[in-house]
Design a protein around this ligand. Structure first.
Ligand SMILES: [Ca+2]
Ligand SMILES: [Ca+2]
Ligand SMILES: [Ca+2]
Ligand SMILES: [Ca+2]
Length: 308
């Protein structure tokens, strides 16, 4: 019996020692004033944005943990105007990052409404007053000419200054690329790029051939009414337009390109660096924090007429 009491005493003593030990650690932590969290749990949260010039907001919400990470920038730069990396300083007043926890689930418009919602309440609010926000903007071009970006020739076939990637008339013959592919779906595969037209059978498909019928007069110049559209100049309707009819070879010397259009679809990746988030005595430091990527954050329509 005494033996068991002794064991009980032993455990009680151990518990006391352990309690003192833990208390000492906790007190020490509080004295130091530092709590370092090395990972944030926002990997699965989608990066979103709202606001405009002078008041940009980027945010991620971890609904399960009732926490958010947000970046506000009061800059008047058009953020996505150029491709490449731009860096903005976090100063804690006009440009700042917040890490917050809440006592309830955030509504969809929490960060984007002009009047801040009163609930849920913020339970913890860490503010960064130093660090940088790096914006890397990538331009994706789309000329919708039927040749997908990965299939476009990496160069400028007609030398008009527009790379094939965003040239709607790759060979510069004033017949749009989209109308020089397999437009009739002759092979039945619903892909206009496979087996594209090759009218003169010279091995160069029409969309990259500036003399489609191989009659020695460039397609662009077989334009009798000179309206920059060789498709409506037909001498023999049983054959088709003159630019596809080697029996008609008259040069009208059209030294002009038609108007071109294309789109730039922009995406941006945001990385926060050397972030120090402070809430009273508590501090969270993050050397590199990738906020994620916003796809199609901005789309620009371009219209241009290349100089001949
Ligand atoms: Ca070109
Ligand atoms: Ca093209
Ligand atoms: Ca052609
Ligand atoms: Ca011809």
């Amino acid at each position: 019996m005494r033996y068991f009491v002794a064991v009980d005493d032993f455990y009680i003593q151990m518990k006391k020692i352990l309690f003192l030990f833990l208390t000492t650690i906790l007190l020490h932590s509080c004295d130091d004033g530092d709590i370092i969290i090395t990972t944030f749990n926002f990997d699965n949260a989608e990066l979103k944005s709202c606001g405009e010039l002078g008041n940009y907001v980027f945010y991620k919400v971890n609904a399960e943990a009732l926490e958010s990470l947000s970046l506000k920038l009061a800059v008047t730069d058009s953020l996505y105007k150029t491709a490449g990396t731009k860096t903005y300083s976090i100063n804690g007043s006009t440009n700042f990052v917040n890490y917050r926890t809440y006592d309830g689930v955030l509504g969809n418009n929490y960060f984007c409404s002009s009047i801040p919602p009163t609930s849920p309440s913020v339970t913890k609010d860490y503010l960064a007053s130093s660090g940088t926000a790096e914006f890397t903007t990538i331009f994706n071009y789309d000329d919708s000419d039927g040749v997908s970006a990965d299939k476009e020739f990496d160069g400028d076939t007609d030398g008009d200054g527009l790379p094939n990637l965003y040239d709607v008339d790759d060979d510069g013959d004033n017949v749009p690329t989209a109308l020089e592919l397999d437009i009739l779906n002759a092979d039945g595969d619903n892909d206009p790029l496979t087996n594209p037209l090759d009218t003169d059978g010279d091995g160069i498909p029409d969309y990259l051939d500036d003399d489609d019928d191989g009659d020695g007069v460039l397609t662009r110049n077989e334009d009798k009414n000179m309206d920059l559209d060789p498709r409506n100049d037909v001498t023999d309707s049983s054959v088709g337009a003159d630019y596809l009819n080697p029996a008609v070879a008259i040069d009208y010397s059209v030294n002009q390109y038609r108007q071109h259009t294309y789109k730039i679809i922009k995406s941006v990746e945001i990385v926060l660096k050397n972030l120090v988030l402070i809430n009273g005595q508590e501090e969270i430091t993050q050397e590199t924090l990738n906020m994620g990527t916003l796809n199609a954050v901005e789309t620009t329509n371009k219209t241009t007429t290349p100089e001949f």
